[in-house]
Design a protein around this ligand. Structure first.
Ligand SMILES: Cc1cc2nc3c(=O)[nH]c(=O)nc-3n(C[C@H](O)[C@H](O)[C@H](O)COP(=O)(O)OP(=O)(O)OC[C@H]3O[C@@H](n4cnc5c(N)ncnc54)[C@H](O)[C@@H]3O)c2cc1C
Length: 454
């Protein structure tokens, strides 16, 4: 029997994960990526100014990201990530450090006990947080649509929380996880975040970090796996239109007129790029795709500073009451032996910073570092650079759930993947992998049922 051949538009994590899963079912994937490199929104590059290889933004995952971890293991990257056993990170507030750190025991209660030692919140505040977490545990967001109508800040305030607990705890987790302020994200997503991250298992909230540049970790490992297993990858191919035969998607055409034929097509590009695929009328006139027009995006800005000496002793830290949000010790995370130190300040929901010129960001953030990391006061800055990703993630505002489309579309043999599709997860590498796994599952089902054939 000739193998079924599937054209995948987009070589980001979703497209690559779709390809890997199809290979596991003896289906041949052909990945078409418009840029010269793989990885999509998770890539590394040589920064001309600093002469260093840097990531487009600090990427972190949690122990809960089981499908991402499985995917990384399958493509041979397991030793290029590190995952802690339990939650544990320092929080610096006006020069004082307190940890949210769990003991290495096998029960999820350790996540709650971790809060007891966290001193940026008083005794009453801790009791309020535990109360809020209990209400989240009891909350059924699947059946109660009302949670997608209000923002998480409103929900928390209606359930016993105040400025102290929101600023020093809830938003500390929400802002980097959902890349938006707590007042902007849907209560449904906020509740689900805490259910999965803190209330499900002891391992779920543990922080995981890439140890290699992202292009190696998610890009080149996948390329090797896919090509070694009979798949094809074509970079530098921007897809312009879908090709149909008897109303079935049977291939695509690139902007340069190259034709790639297959038995099915997967769009694994962001919503806006999917809606631009021609014939645009076909997609835009179909009610199924309409909601994708309302997918919104949010920016992330990363500030890279190379100090001439070590100024930070931990691998990462969260900072309160400061423009710094999360600070990563890149030198330590990438196990570099340098005497200098590379620090990355990761700014989520970065509307305030995305249009500011580099010199302005430099003076603000160098000063902020002096306040939270006193060793920087004596240090010299060797290099400084800024990476702005304007459409870093999709937003999870109230109502946005409706914009997340199913991976099987009403167009025969045309499927969707991408972090923004309906996975139940926010805009993450985990969501991208899950979307690819779901798209591949539908394709396999359709092959087995005979709907999709060679
Ligand atoms: C700065 C930053 C920080 C982040 N931090 C984290 C984090 O800490 N943890 C986390 O889990 N996630 C993080 N994310 C989000 C994560 O990177 C994304 O959720 C994930 O990479 C999305 O993958 P995707 O494949 O769905 O989409 P994309 O990565 O957008 O991939 C789509 C691909 O399709 C290609 N494409 C588009 N149009 C066409 C076309 N017409 N023809 C051919 N190819 C096309 C694009 O070039 C791209 O490569 C971050 C993102 C950014 C930008």
């Amino acid at each position: 029997m000739t193998t079924v051949r599937v054209i995948i538009i987009g070589g980001g994590i979703a497209g690559l994960a779709t390809a890997v899963r199809l290979i596991n079912h003896d289906i041949k994937p052909v990945v078409l990526e418009k840029r010269p490199f793989l990885g999509g929104r998770a890539f590394s590059f040589y920064d001309r100014e600093s002469g260093e290889e840097i990531d487009n933004g600090q990427h972190v995952f949690l122990g809960a990201c089981d499908q991402f971890l499985q995917y990384i293991t399958e493509i041979g990257g397991a030793d290029q990530v590190s995952l802690n056993k339990r939650i544990g990170f320092p929080v610096i507030k006006r020069g004082k450090t307190s940890w949210i750190k769990a003991k290495n025991l096998p029960t999820r209660i350790v996540n709650l006990l971790a809060l007891l030692g966290y001193n940026h919140i008083g005794f009453i505040g801790k009791a309020q947080i535990l109360w809020g977490l209990l209400l989240i545990l009891l909350c059924n967001t699947k059946t109660e649509a009302k949670h997608d109508k209000i923002n998480f800040d409103q929900w928390l305030r209606n359930h016993g929380q105040n400025n102290e607990t929101i600023d020093n705890f809830w938003n500390l987790i929400v802002l980097p996880s959902l890349n938006d302020q707590i007042t902007a994200v849907s209560a449904k997503t906020g509740i689900e975040l805490f259910k999965v991250a803190l209330l499900s298992s002891a391992e779920n909230p543990a922080i995981g970090i890439p140890l290699e540049g992202l292009s190696t970790l998610v890009g080149e490992n996948a390329r090797r796996y896919i090509e070694n297993n009979g798949g094809e990858i074509h970079t530098g191919v921007a897809v312009d239109s879908l090709d149909f035969k008897a109303e079935r998607a049977v291939g695509v055409k690139s902007v340069n007129g190259l034709l790639f034929t297959g038995d099915a097509v997967v769009s694994a590009v962001p919503a806006a790029a999917m809606l631009r695929l021609k014939p645009t009328k076909l997609i835009n006139s179909n009610i199924f795709f309409k909601a994708a027009k309302y997918v919104q995006t949010a920016p992330i800005v990363a500030i890279h500073i190379w100090y001439d000496r070590h100024v930070m002793n931990e691998p990462y830290a969260a900072i309160l009451d400061s423009p710094l949000q999360w600070v990563f010790n890149e030198t330590m995370l990438k196990s570099k032996k340098d005497t200098s130190q590379h620090i990355v300040i990761s700014l989520s929901g970065a509307w305030e910073w995305k249009d500011r010129p580099k010199n302005e960001l430099r003076s603000i953030f160098v000063e902020a570092m002096k306040e939270s990391f006193p060793l920087t006061r004596e240090a010299s800055i060797e290099k400084f650079t800024v990476v702005k990703m304007l459409d870093a993630t999709f937003r999870v505002t109230p109502g946005s759930r409706l914009t997340r489309l199913q991976q099987r579309t009403p167009i025969t043999n045309f499927y969707l993947a991408g972090d923004w599709t309906d996975t139940g997860w926010p805009s993450t590498m985990e969501s991208a992998v899950r979307s690819g796994n779901i798209a591949a599952k539908f394709i396999v089902e359709d092959v087995n049922s005979g709907t999709l054939k060679r």
